[in-house]
Design a protein around this ligand. Sequence first.
Ligand SMILES: CC(=O)N[C@H](C=O)[C@@H](O)[C@H](O)[C@H](O)COP(=O)(O)O
Length: 224
Amino acid sequence: MSVLERLQGGLVVSCQPVDDGPMDDPRIVAAMAQAAVAGGASGLRIEGVENLRATRPRVDVPIIGIVKSDLPDSPVRITVTMDQARDLIAAGADIVAYDATPRPRTDARDDVLAAILAGGAVAMADCATEADARDALAAGARITGTTLSGYTAETARDDDAPDLDLIAAFRRLGGFVMAEGRLNTPAMAASAMAAGADAVTVGSALTRLEVMTGWFARAVRADR
Ligand SMILES: CC(=O)N[C@H](C=O)[C@@H](O)[C@H](O)[C@H](O)COP(=O)(O)O
């Protein structure tokens, strides 16, 4: 079965602990990944080459690899260089996700995509808009993700609702549609599938303990 067939209709768990928090350790990321697979995850999204190296030998499911950078003059963070893409593939990523918005960064967006394809991995375009997805599919990406909707100047929003309309728009474009971003409950994940997603990625609600705890702590305090 191909990587996309293995992800079709399934859940991808993004194992990204809070940066520099107590869970931010490759052994813990690998353990989270194993636990996610034990719970039924069809795939994983892993940030960072060290985390990927720790996780890859422990699981058999497809892994989407990313590297997040903090560039001095750009808000673009997700797999911004060709070298990062090559390192992720060398560490065992089946799929590499990259920032597919047109925002300026060090290496050109399509050069990063070309490095992913040259390395034999599937390219996942982390998009903010329908135009991003259309460009990415034309350039050779096979997965379009709604990952960056709500996180660019053009798409910034006040609420924390998922972008179901963008999922539906991606469905109409074709390609493999990954719903990702603020899908914080099982009901929302199901809504994403109903809107046309091929698979759903969930991160914060499953693997950022500080974030989840904050939701509950605020709810409890608000009730008093
Ligand atoms: C915008 C951005 O940088 N998104 C990142 C991409 O890898 C992660 O911080 C998210 O956790 C991931 O997309 C999953 O989304 P959510 O945590 O909402 O389930």
